[in-house]
Design a binder for this molecule. Structure first.
Ligand SMILES: [Cu+2]
Length: 157
Protein backbone atom coordinates (compact mmCIF):
# COMPACT_ATOMS: atom_id res chain seq x y z
CA UNK A 1 0.00 0.00 0.00
CA UNK A 2 2.72 2.45 0.99
CA UNK A 3 4.72 1.77 -2.18
CA UNK A 4 1.69 2.35 -4.37
CA UNK A 5 0.89 5.63 -2.64
CA UNK A 6 4.42 6.85 -3.26
CA UNK A 7 4.15 6.05 -6.98
CA UNK A 8 0.89 7.86 -7.44
CA UNK A 9 0.67 11.43 -8.76
CA UNK A 10 -1.71 12.23 -5.95
CA UNK A 11 0.03 10.47 -3.09
CA UNK A 12 -2.78 10.59 -0.59
CA UNK A 13 -5.81 10.03 -2.78
CA UNK A 14 -7.89 6.88 -2.51
CA UNK A 15 -7.07 3.92 -4.77
CA UNK A 16 -9.40 3.19 -7.67
CA UNK A 17 -10.61 -0.36 -8.40
CA UNK A 18 -8.20 -0.48 -11.34
CA UNK A 19 -5.25 0.57 -9.19
CA UNK A 20 -6.12 -2.04 -6.59
CA UNK A 21 -6.21 -4.71 -9.32
CA UNK A 22 -2.82 -3.62 -10.69
CA UNK A 23 -1.33 -3.57 -7.21
CA UNK A 24 -2.68 -7.05 -6.51
CA UNK A 25 -1.30 -8.58 -9.72
CA UNK A 26 2.07 -6.85 -9.22
CA UNK A 27 2.31 -8.27 -5.72
CA UNK A 28 1.38 -11.72 -6.98
CA UNK A 29 4.02 -11.75 -9.70
CA UNK A 30 6.64 -10.46 -7.26
CA UNK A 31 5.81 -13.24 -4.84
CA UNK A 32 5.99 -15.80 -7.67
CA UNK A 33 9.37 -14.44 -8.81
CA UNK A 34 10.68 -14.50 -5.27
CA UNK A 35 9.53 -18.07 -4.80
CA UNK A 36 11.20 -19.13 -8.04
CA UNK A 37 14.45 -17.43 -7.04
CA UNK A 38 14.43 -19.13 -3.64
CA UNK A 39 13.70 -22.49 -5.26
CA UNK A 40 16.59 -22.19 -7.71
CA UNK A 41 18.97 -21.11 -4.92
CA UNK A 42 17.94 -24.03 -2.73
CA UNK A 43 18.32 -26.49 -5.60
CA UNK A 44 21.84 -25.22 -6.25
CA UNK A 45 22.70 -25.53 -2.56
CA UNK A 46 21.25 -29.02 -2.21
CA UNK A 47 22.82 -30.66 -5.28
CA UNK A 48 25.08 -33.62 -4.52
CA UNK A 49 28.67 -32.70 -3.67
CA UNK A 50 31.23 -34.39 -5.85
CA UNK A 51 34.72 -35.59 -5.10
CA UNK A 52 37.39 -37.19 -7.26
CA UNK A 53 39.94 -39.42 -5.59
CA UNK A 54 42.75 -41.59 -6.86
CA UNK A 55 45.19 -44.13 -5.53
CA UNK A 56 48.11 -46.16 -6.78
CA UNK A 57 48.34 -49.68 -5.41
CA UNK A 58 51.56 -51.64 -5.07
CA UNK A 59 53.01 -54.35 -2.79
CA UNK A 60 51.79 -53.55 -0.16
CA UNK A 61 50.46 -50.05 0.09
CA UNK A 62 48.12 -47.38 -1.22
CA UNK A 63 49.57 -44.09 -2.37
CA UNK A 64 48.11 -41.92 -0.96
CA UNK A 65 46.78 -43.97 1.94
CA UNK A 66 44.17 -41.51 3.14
CA UNK A 67 41.47 -39.60 1.33
CA UNK A 68 39.09 -36.89 2.50
CA UNK A 69 35.57 -36.39 1.16
CA UNK A 70 32.49 -34.41 2.18
CA UNK A 71 29.76 -36.46 3.86
CA UNK A 72 27.30 -37.85 1.33
CA UNK A 73 29.40 -36.80 -1.66
CA UNK A 74 29.26 -38.60 -4.98
CA UNK A 75 32.80 -39.96 -5.11
CA UNK A 76 34.64 -41.02 -8.25
CA UNK A 77 37.65 -43.11 -7.26
CA UNK A 78 40.29 -44.08 -9.80
CA UNK A 79 42.50 -46.97 -8.74
CA UNK A 80 45.69 -47.84 -10.58
CA UNK A 81 47.39 -51.10 -9.80
CA UNK A 82 51.08 -50.37 -10.29
CA UNK A 83 52.03 -53.64 -8.63
CA UNK A 84 52.59 -57.15 -9.93
CA UNK A 85 49.65 -58.92 -8.22
CA UNK A 86 45.92 -58.22 -7.85
CA UNK A 87 44.91 -55.64 -5.22
CA UNK A 88 41.60 -54.52 -3.74
CA UNK A 89 40.13 -51.36 -2.28
CA UNK A 90 37.55 -52.28 0.32
CA UNK A 91 35.79 -49.57 2.32
CA UNK A 92 34.44 -50.71 5.66
CA UNK A 93 31.52 -49.29 7.57
CA UNK A 94 31.91 -46.98 10.56
CA UNK A 95 33.57 -48.58 13.57
CA UNK A 96 34.66 -51.69 11.65
CA UNK A 97 38.37 -52.42 11.75
CA UNK A 98 40.13 -55.55 10.60
CA UNK A 99 42.37 -57.71 12.69
CA UNK A 100 44.29 -59.97 10.31
CA UNK A 101 43.90 -62.47 8.87
CA UNK A 102 41.16 -60.91 6.73
CA UNK A 103 37.92 -62.90 6.72
CA UNK A 104 35.67 -61.36 4.06
CA UNK A 105 32.74 -63.60 4.99
CA UNK A 106 32.81 -62.30 8.57
CA UNK A 107 32.59 -58.62 7.54
CA UNK A 108 30.70 -58.81 4.24
CA UNK A 109 27.72 -56.91 5.70
CA UNK A 110 30.08 -54.07 6.58
CA UNK A 111 31.76 -53.67 3.19
CA UNK A 112 30.57 -50.40 1.60
CA UNK A 113 32.79 -50.53 -1.50
CA UNK A 114 34.60 -53.54 -2.96
CA UNK A 115 36.80 -52.97 -5.99
CA UNK A 116 39.34 -55.47 -7.32
CA UNK A 117 42.05 -54.31 -9.71
CA UNK A 118 44.25 -56.67 -11.68
CA UNK A 119 47.99 -56.08 -11.85
CA UNK A 120 48.72 -53.30 -14.31
CA UNK A 121 45.06 -52.34 -14.67
CA UNK A 122 43.07 -49.23 -13.77
CA UNK A 123 39.52 -49.26 -12.43
CA UNK A 124 37.10 -46.46 -11.65
CA UNK A 125 34.41 -46.87 -9.04
CA UNK A 126 31.66 -44.38 -8.21
CA UNK A 127 30.05 -44.51 -4.79
CA UNK A 128 28.23 -42.32 -2.31
CA UNK A 129 30.34 -41.34 0.68
CA UNK A 130 28.89 -42.19 4.10
CA UNK A 131 26.57 -39.50 5.45
CA UNK A 132 28.08 -39.71 8.93
CA UNK A 133 31.43 -37.89 9.38
CA UNK A 134 34.30 -39.98 10.72
CA UNK A 135 37.21 -42.18 9.70
CA UNK A 136 36.45 -45.31 7.71
CA UNK A 137 38.97 -48.09 7.26
CA UNK A 138 40.15 -49.14 3.80
CA UNK A 139 41.87 -52.48 3.34
CA UNK A 140 43.15 -54.77 0.63
CA UNK A 141 41.44 -58.10 1.14
CA UNK A 142 43.95 -60.21 -0.80
CA UNK A 143 45.46 -62.81 1.55
CA UNK A 144 48.47 -61.46 3.40
CA UNK A 145 48.17 -57.87 2.14
CA UNK A 146 46.78 -56.29 5.32
CA UNK A 147 49.61 -58.01 7.17
CA UNK A 148 51.95 -56.41 4.64
CA UNK A 149 50.60 -52.96 5.58
CA UNK A 150 48.04 -52.45 2.84
CA UNK A 151 45.49 -50.34 4.70
CA UNK A 152 44.22 -46.80 4.38
CA UNK A 153 41.47 -44.56 5.61
CA UNK A 154 38.67 -42.53 4.17
CA UNK A 155 38.03 -39.39 6.18
CA UNK A 156 34.45 -38.17 5.87
CA UNK A 157 33.88 -34.55 6.87
CU1 LIG B 1 46.78 -55.77 -2.08
Amino acid sequence: MIMVYLLRDEPFGPLSQEERAIMKSTMKSRIAMGAMLMLSLSLAACGPKKASLSASMTEFKYEPASWTVPAGAEVTLTLTNDGSVEHEWLLLDAGVTITPPFDEEAVKESILVDQDVDAGATATVVFTAPSVPGEYEVVCGVAGHIEGGMTGKLIVQ
